[in-house]
Design a protein around this ligand. Structure first.
Ligand code: DGT
Ligand code: CA
Ligand code: CA
Length: 364
């Protein structure tokens, strides 16, 4: 893998910052961006909040009702509906700046990306820190948007580093500082180590990354299985060889509804799913697309998310295929489903244009 330099760039409190940018008078107020559900009133969840609102304990995923309670003392608190179109527009412009400044650009989501900059910095961390600062400046000048950047030899450490000094952070971890940077971190700061795994470690009296390094591979294997333990063993030592892979935003179409009642009954869900598929299929046809991947999504009664998707053998635009696959995914997803489902969604991705296909066939 050699000596790489990888950036992880993440926009700060992204949706809420977008709202501040188009209405600067919001900057001094607590701002909450809400996904209002179609049940009306204050039903729904917080997508994100600015740092003023976070001081009151408002965070992503909590019910809007709770957020309002927590901000009761603040008459000036603002609750806005999400405007994905505007955030995507901001995102695209920011991503363009990142792309121009990278050797390899990997889009992760609306508000984050990895950049491999090894070549253009000749592997020099001094040049890399200048480049990171330049990217921050350019994004601020052109979009008025702040972001946080982590700079290190790999994706794992850069991801942790971008989160280290938020907002408006720049954290540089050259190879010789990796150990000193990781050792004092809490176990949960390693991406991919979930609550359950962390609890097991706490029971074993292990709290920090430094503590975890005391465990040998065999003990880890016994506790967590080979795949997880290899990941944990390498991660706490700062080892990660995942390449930055060229990836642009993949467009997808999706449709999500709030169910008339929370449920985990197959027949009830399947009926709703059919309707969703019909509506989604119209969108697909209107856009002249074929899809090669189908997914279903649950937002469960505790607002947690569950998704399942599958790749098809060939691109298609058939409603029947969409319904058949969505129904199978629903069946799979309902196996050992404990908690009821509040919102149901279906999506298609890996899109291709129909016109491209038909122009080939029209030769014959
Ligand atoms: P930060 O910590 O300054 O990076 O703050 P954000 O808001 O940028 O947080 P991040 O990077 O975890 O998530 C990026 C966007 O994704 C965020 O602006 C809204 C959305 N998001 C995150 N978590 C949730 C969630 O639980 N529900 C919904 N609906 N949206 C979420
Ligand atoms: Ca973010
Ligand atoms: Ca993010």
């Amino acid at each position: 893998m050699g000596n790489r330099i990888v950036f992880h760039i993440d926009f700060d409190y992204f949706y809420a910052q977008c709202e501040e940018i188009r209405k600067p008078e919001l900057k001094s107020k607590p701002v909450c961006v809400c996904v209002f559900s179609d049940r009306g009133g204050d039903s729904g969840a917080i997508a994100t909040a600015n740092y003023t609102a976070r001081k009151y304990g408002v965070k992503s995923g909590i019910p809007i009702m709770f957020a309002k309670k927590r901000l009761e003392g603040r008459e000036d608190a603002v609750f806005l509906p999400v405007d994905f179109e505007f955030y995507s527009e901001m995102s695209e412009k920011g991503m363009e700046i990142m792309k121009e400044n990278s050797d390899v650009f990997e889009y992760v989501g609306r508000d984050e990306a990895y950049l491999d900059v090894t070549k253009r910095t000749d592997g020099s961390y001094e040049k890399a820190s200048h480049l990171a600062q330049q990217i921050k400046n350019a994004i601020r000048e052109k979009l008025k948007l702040s972001c946080s950047i982590g700079v290190s030899p790999n994706k794992l450490i850069s991801k942790i580093a971008s989160d280290f000094r938020k907002p408006d952070g720049l954290t540089i971890v050259p190879p010789e500082k990796v150990e000193a940077f990781l050792d004092p971190l809490k176990i949960r700061d390693i991406p991919g180590i979930g609550k359950k795994t962390e609890e097991r470690f706490v029971q074993m009296n292990l709290e920090t990354v430094r503590d975890l390094k005391k465990l040998d591979v065999f003990t880890l294997n016994k506790e967590f299985g080979r795949k997880s333990s290899t990941y944990i063993f390498n991660s706490v030592r700062g080892i990660n060889t995942d390449p930055v892979k060229e990836r642009e935003p993949t467009i997808q179409f999706s449709k999500l509804i709030t169910l008339k009642k929370d449920s985990k009954d197959f027949d009830f869900l399947s009926e709703n799913l059919k309707q969703l598929c019909k509506e989604l299929h119209k969108i697909v046809l209107n856009n002249n697309r074929m899809f090669k991947s189908v997914g279903v999504q649950f937002i469960q009664s505790d607002l947690s998310n569950k998704t399942k998707s599958r790749m098809l053998r060939n691109p298609t635009d058939s409603l029947e295929e969409l319904e058949k696959n969505a129904e199978q995914l629903l069946k799979d997803a309902l196996i050992d489903q404990q908690i009821t489902i509040r919102r149901l969604g279906v999506k298609v991705s890996e899109l291709s244009e129909i016109s491209g296909q038909s122009s080939i066939t029209s030769y014959f």
